[in-house]
Design a protein around this ligand. Sequence first.
Ligand code: MEV
Length: 443
Amino acid sequence: MYLNNTIKGFSKLTKDEKLELVASYFPDSDLAINELKTFWHPDKKTQKLFDEFSENTISNFYVPFGIAPNMMINAKNYMVPMVIEESSVIAAASSSAKFWAERGGFKSKIIATEKIGQVHFLWSGNIEKLNKHLPSLKEELINGTKHITSRMDERGGGITNIAIIDLTSELKNYYQLKATFETKNSMGANFINSCLEEFAQILKNYISNNPDFNLEEKECNIIMSILSNYTPNCLVETTVECEVLRLKNADIDMDPEVFAQKFETAVKIAQIDTHRATTHNKGIFNGIDAVALATGNDFRAIEACGHTFAARSGKYKSLTDIAIDNNHFKYTLTIPLALGTVGGLTTLHPLAKRSLQLLGNPNAEDLMMIMSSAGLANNFGAIKSLVTKGIQQGHMKMHLFNILNQYHATEVEKSEAREFFKEEKVSVKKVSDFLASLRQSLH
Ligand code: MEV
């Protein structure tokens, strides 16, 4: 819908006024208002909480919240909460989780937990001179941010390093103050950004007040101060492994050795071909994003970071790696995940809080291991289907109810369809034909 005029002062309207204004653009305004209102939470306090998460809210957008049970990670059994609209994702995660629980489960370990922030500035001074000042500048930066860092320091986190990066060969006069942080169980975005904005001010004052710098050098042009969502050193590695012969399963209607070889080739293709790598990694993020959403984590930051990491060699590749040696199948996902289990929505959103409870109130490191296991589970399930029976059979089976709902099927029709399509391939045409003949026979 295109509007002929701009709307002024929308954010100043009350929620009801916003809703009415928006609904006036629908041909069935009253119906639209009622429909949008049916998604309001019946408890006013809870609804207010949701309204205050964002701006200009007029309703809530429901997405299914489901569970992948039997996710065995480092010998602990988890029920993993997942929030996702794609019908086959939780089914695939659950089936892979069960498959691997019977073969030793997911083995996961934290490689590192470092976060990064940058102050980008332009400066035309002598960099050697500034570098000589780095120790005392650092001291000022650390001391000048104590009011922000003291509580994080107490929890064992804080600023871990500060460096000056010379990028003048790429852009005239361009430098960075690059800092690394340990933010423990918080994702740390607000903490890091607050430190960086303070750093920028301290840096500017340091240069302009120090007599060592001449008049021209005293001008430091701060461009921006912001964390980097690329955190290659906030890394988790998760593996599944077993003897090739143990890859036998009712789902894998294939000799396990042939299956292992096809699986290995599929992963190698995702390491060679960027088009395939993108889809391969999308399958990993099916699981990762679903757990990120369920636990109130920032899935955009997680995705952006993961895709950059996938391209770290200069070529975008699969995030998983495979090794088959001496009839031993070993499949590994290595992925950066900057997560929080405190702060942000993690404790504010009632269902995110429940998700974390269900996972035994994990710390950020535990959650990195859980989330990467879900990612590997989804990816394993996808590749297993792709190299055996193909993806559509399972996908369409899971999609059956969406198609039935599109045709407004009744509960009786749904249950008939469920029986019928146990043995039949699902397609939109077949479901529509099935419903037509069922409806005719009932007349
Ligand atoms: C669909 O959501 C995900 C897959 O396309 C992933 C893949 O191809 O590996 C099945």
